[in-house]
Structure formats: C-alpha cells, structure tokens
Design a protein around this ligand. Structure first.
Ligand SMILES: Cc1cc2nc3c(=O)[nH]c(=O)nc-3n(C[C@H](O)[C@H](O)[C@H](O)COP(=O)(O)OP(=O)(O)OC[C@H]3O[C@@H](n4cnc5c(N)ncnc54)[C@H](O)[C@@H]3O)c2cc1C
Length: 424
C-alpha cells in the first residue's frame, strides 16, 4: 500500500468528527469481513447491516483515508465503461442504465437524511464544454435525459450563459444538471461509518491486512489479529495490492486538489453564485467547486506523483488562473493528492477471488456516486441476488501484463496518450 499523508487536505482540516477505532487484536468471527473503510467498504457494510448481517471492517489507516476522504466531492451521474457493459446487455442496456446512472445519488440522499449526516450536501452541477465535440456529447446526454424523464432540472447553457453562471469565458457551453451535486466527502464517509457502528458494525483502524487465508470460512489476517468470516469483501480500491488476481487490471492514477483561502462574497457572486460543482469533459480533466466556507477547491492532474504541497500548488495554480485570472491575488491554503483506480476497460471491477471472497473497485473518478450503488450490489450478492453483480462481473477485465511492477511509467505513458486525445 502506498504511504500518503492525509493530514494536509482541506477535508482533514475541516472534518467535524475524527474516528479513533481500536486496531484489530485477537481472533474474531463474523458474517462478513470487509477490507477497506472508504465509500465502497462502508457503503457495503451499511447495506449489509440494514439487512441484519454482522459486519467487521478492517482498515489499514483511518476511515476515509483513501480516495473517499480526499476527492473532489462531486456527485457525478453515470457509470464509467457503460458502452462496454451495454454490449453484453444488448437491447436491455438502456432500461438497465436508466435507473443505475443515478442510483448512487439517491442512496446518498437517503443516508444523509436517515442518519442525520452533516456533510455540506448541495445539488447543482455544470458539465462544461471546451470543444465542439463536447457540445455534441452534451446534446446526446440531454436527449437521453429527456427520453428517460430525468426528474431534476436540466438544461443546456450557451457560452454567454455559462460565463454568466460561473464567471469565466473558458468554456463554449455547458449542461446544467440539478440532480448531480457536491459534498464534503470525508464528512460523509465518517458519518456513514458512525451510522454503521450504530447498527452494530465493528471497525478496526490502523490494521493493514497482510494475508487472506482462503477456505470454507476465509480468514483475514493482520499483524496482531484475525477475522474469520462467511464472506470477505475486498474494498481497498487503488490502495490494495494484496491479491495477485487484481494486479494489472486497474491503473492507480494520481489526481490533485488545491483549496484557496475563503473568498469574499463579491468574488463568490462573480464566479459561482449558484454554488455548482463544475467539471470538464477531458480524460485528463479539471474540476472545481466551492466548499461550505467558500474556498475554491480546484482539482486536476499534475506531472508529478508525490505529495509535496508546494509542488502541487505550483502545478495546479496556473491551471486555476487560466480559468479565473481574477483570483491571482488569492492564497492557496491547502494542496493534496489521492489515488483513483482506473480499470483498463473503464468498467468498474466487481468479481470474485473465490466463491466467498468478493472484490469491488475501479470507478474511474465517478466513485462518489458509484461506490454507493456498488455497496448495495455487493450486499445483494452476499444475500444471493447476483443479477446486477453479474452484469459487471461478466465483463472480462483487460489485463496489462507487468503493469503492477511498471505502474508509474505505464500511467505516465497512458496519461500522455489521453492528453493528446483530449487535444484532438
Ligand atoms: C483527488 C481525487 C479526486 C476525486 N474526485 C472525485 C469526484 O469529484 N467525484 C467522484 O465521483 N469521484 C472522485 N474521485 C474518485 C473517488 O474518490 C473514488 O472512486 C472512491 O472514493 C473510491 O472509494 P473506495 O472505498 O473504493 O476506495 P478508497 O476510498 O481509496 O478506500 C480504500 C481503503 O482501503 C484501505 N486498504 C487498502 N488496502 C488495505 C489493506 N491491505 N488492509 C486494510 N485496508 C486496506 C485503504 O487504506 C483505504 O482507506 C476522486 C479521487 C481522487 C483521488
């Protein structure tokens, strides 16, 4: 597992609750043992607990330490790799995806209400276009949403309307979608973990899993203890390197975020009065939004794989200023990075290592939404309903031999390829 500090992020500095669950010691037994306390692990745990399962979660660091506590907080619709899955589904694909695209959003809404989770949840999102082909893609999305009877406000904005909405002339149009939104991801993850504990979950922190002993009841082993379970779920996503079968099917891609100092009311009114999350359509993309205390959180990729906040600031600041030159005198208070799991064929990786050991990972930057759906699908699968699970599991992952050992140069090469593609 990579060592990445979590303390430098704006989220760690502004979270309303810090977990301190005891490490795993001694030998325990449960129905389901989940490895990883990010959105996938905690969401799966909550769905299982709500159905009466006994659940233990084993986390190497802290709840939300991985991508779930570091991300852009954007609740984006859709599932990456849809087209690949659709080929397997044939004519049923449209009906299946109509519901699934936004299912995670509804789960988040329900959880926040049901468990009283305070996580700065807001709705409103702008998909911005840089090139003509992006406008054509937005038109296709718009037509599909209209056909599907999408229940929230959505409309296309011209270049001038886009500029009036987000105070920049960087884009040639956009698609407003009031069903997508944004939130403080670490607050949500910790809130969901507290909800899981209130339903009887046991969470162990600071407990890296070093072995999974397979058998009729697999045993999850850490330095000082173990959990034997009927079923194990691997939810370590891009940070998980234990299982051979999962190597080479997903690239661990780094993404970075900077957070400005809080902006004045005047500036907020100039750049984002409707408090929308904004995302561009590139593969090597940029995304931004305001936090609850009105900082601009701006994310994108750097030509860098480390964690030095000064280097992250140096690389992201010019990108931010290209969009908002008016922020040139604003200080950047925080800079951090995290690792996203991008499957080679972009299809989320749900499958089995053995009959009683499942894995669930790889959402390509759509994880806030899709992890919440995936948690439900995993709970269904544990309970024996595998229709949706199989929809993903039946797509054969593409494997790049040796990618695990060469991941940094491979990712660099891959990113170069996609940067060139984005420019076309
Ligand atoms: C900078 C950044 C910005 C992003 N922005 C967005 C966004 O705006 N919208 C969006 O939808 N998605 C976004 N994503 C993607 C999203 O955050 C992820 O898809 C999602 O959080 C994945 O959740 P997860 O629980 O599967 O993995 P993670 O949150 O990474 O959790 C995995 C956990 O497993 C633990 N673990 C791993 N191995 C072991 C082990 N051996 N023993 C015990 N524990 C282990 C890790 O410590 C970690 O806590 C972003 C990601 C990053 C990094």
């Amino acid at each position: 597992m990579q060592s990445q500090s979590h303390t430098g992020s704006y989220y760690a500095a502004s979270v309303n609750d810090v977990t301190d669950f005891a490490p795993l010691r001694g030998d325990h037994s449960t129905d389901v043992c989940i490895i990883g306390a990010g959105f996938t692990g905690i969401s799966s745990a909550l769905h299982l607990l709500e159905r009466g399962y006994n659940v233990h979660v084993v986390e190497a660091n802290r709840v939300g330490w991985g991508a779930s506590g570091r991300n852009g907080g954007q609740i984006i619709g859709g599932i990456s790799g849809e087209k690949v899955i659709a080929k397997n589904l044939g004519k049923d694909a449209d009906i299946v995806f109509k519901d699934l695209r936004w299912a995670g959003h509804e789960i988040i809404r329900e959880r926040v209400l049901k468990y009283g989770i305070e996580c700065d949840l807001k709705f409103g999102y702008l998909d911005v276009a840089i090139k003509q082909r992006h406008l054509r893609e937005q038109q296709a999305d718009f037509d599909r949403m209209q056909n599907d009877g999408f229940p929230h406000e959505f409309r296309k904005l011209s270049a001038a309307e886009t500029q009036a909405t987000i105070g920049t002339s960087a884009y040639i149009g956009s698609l407003l979608n009031m069903g997508n939104g944004h939130l403080h991801p670490l607050k949500l993850c910790v809130g969901e973990a507290r909800a899981a504990v209130s339903l009887g979950a046991t969470i162990y922190e600071q407990s890296p899993v070093i072995d999974i002993q397979k058998g009729s009841r697999p045993r999850v082993v850490t330095q000082n203890g173990s959990v034997t379970a009927d079923v194990v779920i691997l939810a370590g996503n891009a940070y998980h390197v234990l299982e051979r079968k999962l190597r080479g099917i997903m690239f661990p891609v780094r993404s970075f975020i900077i957070a400005t100092e809080p902006l004045s009311e005047k500036t907020v009114n100039q750049i984002n009065p409707k408090d929308l999350a904004v995302c561009d359509p590139n593969f090597v993309l940029e995304y931004f939004r305001l936090s609850a205390d009105k900082r601009l959180l701006f994310g994108g990729r750097c030509n860098y794989f480390g964690e030095d906040p000064n280097i992250i600031k140096q690389q992201l600041r010019p990108k931010l200023l290209r969009i908002y030159p008016q922020l040139s005198n604003i200080n950047i208070d925080y800079a951090w990075g995290g690792t996203i799991g991008i499957p080679v064929n972009r299809v989320p990786l749900l499958g089995r290592i053995a009959a009683n050991i499942f894995y669930c990972q790889g959402y390509s930057g759509h994880g806030v939404n899709v992890t919440h759906l995936a948690g439900k699908i995993m709970a269904d699968a544990v309970a024996g309903t595998v229709e949706q699970f199989d929809m993903f599991a039946n797509v054969k992952p593409l494997i790049i031999p040796g990618a695990h050992y060469l991941s940094t140069p491979m990712v660099a090469l891959g990113m170069m390829y996609y940067k060139i593609k984005d420019r076309l």
